[in-house]
Design a protein around this ligand. Structure first.
Ligand code: ING
Length: 401
């Protein structure tokens, strides 16, 4: 085929898929020719390179993980599909296939073993699809326990992890490493600092395709309330159970991208995205547990789905980044919670969306340089932003000072 003026050929040679742009091998499923080889003999030698081609850096196309059940021709077909969909096969394109592992409810009686089995099922499906990374929800190991409040936070110590990995989650780490897929996992963490004090965090840990922990992010914006509220049909006492992060938002180099994390309520605050946008983030991973009924203002109930999309689509667009937002939803212990997991492009467009209220994998191919089409033009922050007049943003908490 001719893509963007360049002859692109896909050959399945001796069981190996070889994609040639002009006369340069740019993609190999696994085996013989090496990415970047010049094809100088055979029928390709005469193919005049209509455009300079460079060895592709596409990751999953050159993945040599033997465990990944991929057929050669399916890979080649996929690469052409991706090329066609993005209008051109620009061999320098960094591609990342990412999944969202939405979960249905986790009931109070569900064991971590049962939950980890569900996570492994989602992870396996994502690996079968050729994904390199799957994003799991907030508090993905337990029911959303801040819906209760007994007055004693230690009554819920069993809902927190004290280390990661641990015996309950090791099978997830092992299977991820075996399949060569990374993941981000939301959970509650009790941490004892050197001076012996206990800290309780709402966290998300990013694990790479080798099973190593890249980073653990602590939730910054803790919503809800601290004291028991007798007027509520159910509590949202996150401020009773979790401290806010003292570290803020980070961005890490992983999976060939600049990756940041946020948790649930963080996604509603524009500062969240800008703090990562100013660190050059290209992909933000987010898990959420969002009850439909918002006790302080029930008029928002019918808008939960709209607000969920609104904040992540605008955050993505205004900072030129992909966003993956993944729910744990459905009816958990009688409380209806939002699903509607989405994958959003730097344009603000939705690339994938869940359609069920249960465990479901959504996925998309992220062409990471799409970010630059926004951060290098309309939202060129180094050129257009005016921090010298944004003085209130970091000196005031609210209108009262
Ligand atoms: N949950 C909710 C969220 O920010 C909430 C809190 C619920 C806010 C309903 C507004 C409306 O999505 C968490 N866990 O932050």
């Amino acid at each position: 085929v001719v893509v963007d003026g360049t002859v692109v050929m896909v050959l399945v040679v001796a069981g190996t898929a070889v994609v040639v742009v002009g006369t340069t091998v740019v993609l190999v499923a696994a085996g013989a020719p090496v990415v970047g080889d010049e094809v100088t003999s055979g029928s390709l030698a005469g193919a005049a390179p209509l455009a300079p081609a460079h060895p592709a850096t596409s990751r999953h196309a050159t993945a040599t993980n033997p465990n990944r059940p991929r057929t050669r021709t399916s890979l080649a077909a996929e690469m052409l599909h991706v090329a066609a969909r993005h209008g051109r096969l620009s061999p320098m394109e960094r591609m990342l296939r990412v999944a969202g592992g939405q979960m249905g409810p986790i009931q109070r009686a569900d064991t971590r073993g049962q939950v980890v089995d569900r996570l492994i099922t989602l992870l396996s499906e994502a690996a079968d699809l050729g994904c390199e990374l799957i994003v799991f929800p907030e508090l993905a190991l337990t029911t959303f326990f801040p819906r209760w409040h007994t007055g004693k936070v230690t009554d819920f110590d069993h809902c927190y992890e004290t280390e990661m990995p641990n015996p309950a989650t090791q099978p997830l780490f092992d299977e991820a490493r075996r399949r060569g897929i990374g993941f981000s996992l939301g959970y509650a963490l009790i941490e004892e600092t050197d001076d012996g004090t206990l800290h309780r965090w709402n966290v998300q840990t990013l694990v790479d395709t080798e099973g190593s922990i890249v980073a653990t992010f602590k939730k910054v914006h803790i919503p809800g309330h601290d004291e028991f509220d007798p007027l509520r049909p159910f509590q949202h006492a996150e401020r009773h159970f979790f401290e806010p992060s003292p570290e803020g938002f980070g961005v890490w180099d992983a999976f060939g991208a600049r990756i940041g994390m946020m948790i649930c309520n963080d996604r509603r605050w524009p500062e969240t995205y800008r703090e990562m946008g100013l660190q050059g983030v290209e992909l933000i991973l987010c898990g959420y547990n969002t009850p439909i009924h918002y006790v302080p203002d029930p008029s928002q109930d019918r808008l939960q789905g709209f607000h969920n999309k609104l904040v992540m689509q605008s955050g993505a667009y205004q900072n030129g980044t992909f966003v993956v937002g993944v729910a744990k939803g459905g009816v958990e212990e009688g409380v209806a919670s939002l699903c509607e997991s989405i994958i959003v492009a730097p344009s603000g467009e939705i690339l994938a969306e869940a359609t069920t209220e249960g465990d479901e994998v959504i996925w998309a191919d992220l062409r990471l340089d799409w970010c630059k089409q926004y951060t290098g033009t309309l939202f060129d922050m180094d050129y257009y932003r005016r921090p010298e007049v944004y003085t209130r943003l970091t000196t005031m908490r609210g209108p009262s000072g």
